[in-house]
Design a protein around this ligand. Sequence first.
Ligand SMILES: O=C1O[C@H](COP(=O)(O)O)[C@@H](O)[C@H](O)[C@H]1O
Length: 256
Amino acid sequence: MSEVSVIVHADPELLAPAVAARLVIRLIDAQATRGVASVVLTGGRIAAAVYRAVGTSPGRDAVDWSRVDVWWGDERFLPSGHPERNETQARAALLDSVPLDPARIHPMPASDGPDGDDPEAAAARYAQLLHEAARPGSEALPHFDVLLLGIGEEGHVASVFPESPAAYETRSVTAVRGCPKPPPTRISLSFSAINTAEEVWLVAAGADKAAAVGMALSGAGPIQLPAAGVHGVDRTLWLLDGAAAASVPPRMRSLR
Ligand SMILES: O=C1O[C@H](COP(=O)(O)O)[C@@H](O)[C@H](O)[C@H]1O
């Protein structure tokens, strides 16, 4: 089993820049080791705060952004540019302000994209894109240095919701319909893809996340609580603020 660490910062105002600083270092280290770096983005409020903090981080220009591949772990299946799309939020918060190579930005398809309003076809298209970027001679997926995840109040990660068909999915990418959280139609990586990342970082802030975080770290099952079903190959980091960490078993908290 890979290393699991729980790191707690007092509040979201400290959590976001702390995660941003880690992410900058992670990307620099990956580029030093592999020549390129790849990050899988998530959506949500704390993620947007992290992206904004990366944009103002002192180390930001130490990353060679032209050699960073950007993927998404899930997307709300809405028209391109819709303000609720995770892609739109990430572009506004960070991607538009760093010199990325447009060819290395890999958003999930929009509902007005080449497959129209067909999320199954859009999911298959993204799976094919991942496959085409796979390491030579390897399986179906590219290397992910770090994969970011938010956590829903009910324990969803990416767009894998509790007790949903996506929680049983074996293909790398799945269409998700009937989500309890709007919008109802989404595209998501499945556990099988998420869990290939070298490092998985779960980032959560706020008291409304405390129960899900506490249960995920106390042996809950992945179907009932998807946050319990994800891990990095090398490392799994839970990056929390004090309120979200309120129900974490004390023995699991890392010393900082
Ligand atoms: O809908 C989503 O929600 C989660 C968590 O968002 P938050 O605003 O409660 O932090 C997010 O991780 C996921 O990517 C997104 O599609």
